[in-house]
Design a protein around this ligand. Structure first.
Ligand SMILES: Cc1cc2nc3c(=O)[nH]c(=O)nc-3n(C[C@H](O)[C@H](O)[C@H](O)COP(=O)(O)O)c2cc1C
Length: 358
């Protein structure tokens, strides 16, 4: 067993979290991680166990209800607080109120993770403040650079997800690797709880993170390649044979993303500026504001499939977010095997390293 600030803070067995992986749905993965003694994560998505939803609030509520019905373990949820996210303040409010109303959710949903935007949006929200006063929920924000960690600390975060550039999915324009980032943040903020993310997939990685001052790790790509995750079979099967160099970072039509090298990500003309992207998003929001519920659901579905063709198994025509950690993932395994092996191997690595001290 490994006892860290994270296991203590959340009352969990293992210092391992599953990563936020919106826009994909990660309910079954969240349940499996929580059941295995880790910290599960419900992603920011408009897909619920019942299919596409017309808004993110309905999806989040359904996902919370589904997860809490299927586990007694501890878990959390992610909200991306970028200013181009549709209805993000409403999502924070409604999610907080939904958790407040259900005593089982209030006991188990203890990890509120914001990312990709301001660290202040959640702590400044009145409904989240009420939830924070009436439960043990902790607010973490993703810090992909030292100056962003400064902002998280100033916002009163309970902890940081220290996200290195090796990681899959949404990345920061700062492009700082996880090892220097963790050292910088550890030096400046030795006491705040830290979950290291990006590039972690096994016990060696967990040992490395703990030795460098993190209190746990969060894994995305490793858990995609698990039996329980609801990612398409073709998505999972990319991972074991892939090499660490098989990902590419592009500033595409969905901000800066690390993804698998395929026809889509290596095509010319994918690059768009941040300004172009924001203008496009705002035009889309305006268009969607006058759509009916059914039209919206269909629009979301089409948009999702266009960008994330992998959702339906097409590995070439859209974004397939994955991190460099794919280079060390050798097989698709059950979540409990992944977690137990990770902890066991980390213990071996940490014990071995301590032998160097004479
Ligand atoms: C498919 C996918 C989707 C992601 N979506 C989000 C997201 O919605 N919010 C977020 O904060 N991070 C997102 N990320 C980043 C992950 O939370 C995490 O930092 C990353 O997966 C860590 O790198 P790894 O894949 O090497 O474990 C995503 C990553 C992946 C692979």
């Amino acid at each position: 067993m490994l006892k860290t600030k994270i296991t203590e803070m959340f009352g969990i067995n293992h210092p391992i979290a599953s990563a936020a992986m919106g826009p994909f749905r990660t309910n079954d993965l969240c349940i499996a991680v929580s059941e295995a003694g880790g910290l599960g994560m419900i992603s920011h998505t408009n897909v619920s166990s019942k299919g596409f939803e017309s808004n993110y609030v309905d999806a989040m509520k359904k996902n919370l209800d589904y997860v809490v019905e299927h586990t007694d373990g501890i878990f959390g949820f992610n909200v991306r607080t970028s200013r181009v996210e549709p209805g993000m303040d409403k999502l924070i409010s409604e999610t907080s109120k939904h958790i407040m109303r259900n005593p089982k959710l209030r006991e188990q949903c203890l990890y509120a993770l914001t990312s990709a935007g301001s660290a202040r949006r959640m702590p400044e929200n009145k409904d989240f403040q009420k939830l924070r006063e009436n439960s043990q929920i902790k607010h973490f924000h993703v810090a992909p650079a030292l100056w962003l960690a400064d902002k998280c600390v100033a916002a009163g975060c309970d902890g940081l997800v220290v996200n290195g550039f090796e990681g899959g999915g949404h990345q920061a324009y700062e492009r700082v690797g996880g090892v220097p980032l963790l050292q910088q943040i550890q030096k400046k903020y030795p006491d705040i709880a830290k979950i290291a993310a990006g590039g972690f997939a096994n016990g060696t990685g967990l040992a490395l993170a703990l030795a460098a001052g993190a209190d746990g790790i969060s894994m995305g790509s490793r858990f995609i390649a698990s039996i329980e995750s609801e990612f398409h079979k073709n998505y999972k099967e990319i991972i074991p044979p892939a090499k660490a160099q098989d990902t590419i970072v592009k500033t595409g039509n969905l901000s800066i993303i690390r993804m698998w090298r395929n026809r889509y990500s290596t095509a010319k003309g994918l690059i768009k500026s941040k300004e172009e992207k924001i203008a496009e998003e705002q035009a889309l929001l305006k268009k969607r504001a006058v759509m009916s519920e059914e039209e919206l659901k269909e629009e979301y579905r089409k948009d999702f499939i266009k960008n994330y063709a992998i959702y339906e198994g097409d590995v070439e025509s859209g974004i397939v977010p994955l991190g460099q950690s794919i280079g060390v993932i050798e097989s698709i395994e059950s979540v409990s095997d992944i977690i137990n092996k990770c902890v066991k191997d980390a213990e071996i690595s940490l014990k071995k390293a301590s032998n160097y001290i004479v």
